[in-house]
Design a protein around this ligand. Structure first.
Ligand SMILES: NC(=O)c1ccc[n+]([C@@H]2O[C@H](COP(=O)([O-])OP(=O)(O)OC[C@H]3O[C@@H](n4cnc5c(N)ncnc54)[C@H](OP(=O)(O)O)[C@@H]3O)[C@@H](O)[C@H]2O)c1
Length: 272
């Protein structure tokens, strides 16, 4: 089994940097993708209550030859379940579906204005109970983080946001670094929309890798945790095969310069 880089979260918990995202995968597809990913060597699986596939993710983990303790499992509270009591209930329901008695990371999926504070209080309670080894947030751009820090006793271990060379959120990244919060990149492959970009193509040729591998490696070298989605065995393997090359500093800077504020998901700032 290939070794893979991990990052130590602010509470000492170890998390693999590269993970499999399972958004928009249904039932058998999700179960199969997680089976393949675990066989390939992935040890981080990112799901969410909203994806409606927690049971299938749980099935794949339960029947895998990889022991549960070696797998870093993330899920998220759905928007409709936000609020203190509702989040506590939703968390227990996620555990049931996932067929496990703990998750490694529990995230607030979106910073819903009316409920995000109470939801975070529930996450703190869950963390204290030991049923989530770490807690964090998603889509928390700087103003949301600033607000949370005014009332939080716990600094989020992870902040999962849309992030790619085409959306290089440099100032959020350095804020997270200062806080000790790991930045996690969702939609790292820009849903395939930029694979034909000239510069990506030429770097792929130069390093004898694919454009997807260049992007994922760029994340890892930034200390950012990418969670690409694929339900295709060849691409699951391709996305994992990024630990045998290094992008030069010059080429990292070239990739950084591709930033054009390009998003495929709504800008969370609109929720302020
Ligand atoms: N917290 C949030 O609000 C939030 C929002 C969005 C996403 N996420 C998480 O982030 C994960 C990843 O984001 P995403 O699913 O939106 O997008 P993504 O990972 O950027 O892109 C997935 C798309 O790229 C294709 N693909 C995968 N590997 C490829 C490769 N090597 N070459 C070319 N195409 C490739 C996939 O197709 P195939 O499956 O056919 O390979 C799929 O169509 C999600 O699954 C989810 O876990 C979180």
């Amino acid at each position: 089994m290939k070794s893979q880089p991990t990052v130590t979260l602010n509470n000492g918990v170890e998390m693999p940097l590269l993970g499999l995202g399972v958004f928009d995968m249904h039932h058998q597809e999700a179960e199969q993708a997680v089976e393949w990913a675990l066989e390939t060597g992935y040890r981080l699986i990112d799901t969410a209550s909203m994806y409606e596939n927690e049971m299938q993710i749980g099935n794949a983990i339960r029947t895998s030859s990889v022991v549960r303790e070696e797998i870093f499992l993330t899920t998220k509270v759905n928007d409709k379940d936000q609020g203190y009591a509702a989040t506590l209930r939703a968390f227990d329901h996620s555990l049931e579906l996932l067929q496990t008695d703990y998750v490694d990371l529990y995230l607030i999926h979106w910073p819903i204005k009316a409920t995000r504070k109470e939801t975070w209080r529930a996450l703190e309670k869950i963390y204290e109970s030991g049923k989530a080894r770490a807690i964090g947030v998603a889509n928390y751009l700087e103003p949301f983080l600033d607000e949370l820090l005014t009332y939080s006793d716990i600094v989020p271990a992870v902040n999962q946001v849309e992030f790619s060379p085409f959306l290089y959120l440099e100032s959020l990244k350095s804020k997270c670094e200062k806080l000790g919060t790991v930045l996690q990149a969702y939609t790292p492959l820009v849903r395939g929309l930029k694979m034909n970009h000239n510069l990506l193509q030429s770097l792929a040729q130069k390093y004898e890798k694919t454009p997807a591998q260049i992007i994922l490696r760029w994340n890892v070298q930034h200390g950012v945790s990418p969670i690409p989605k694929s339900s295709n065995l060849l691409r699951i393997k391709e996305n994992f095969d990024i630990f045998d090359f290094t992008i030069s500093t010059i080429d990292m800077n070239i990739l950084n310069s591709l930033h054009e504020d390009f998003r495929v998901v709504d800008n969370p700032i609109d929720l302020l």
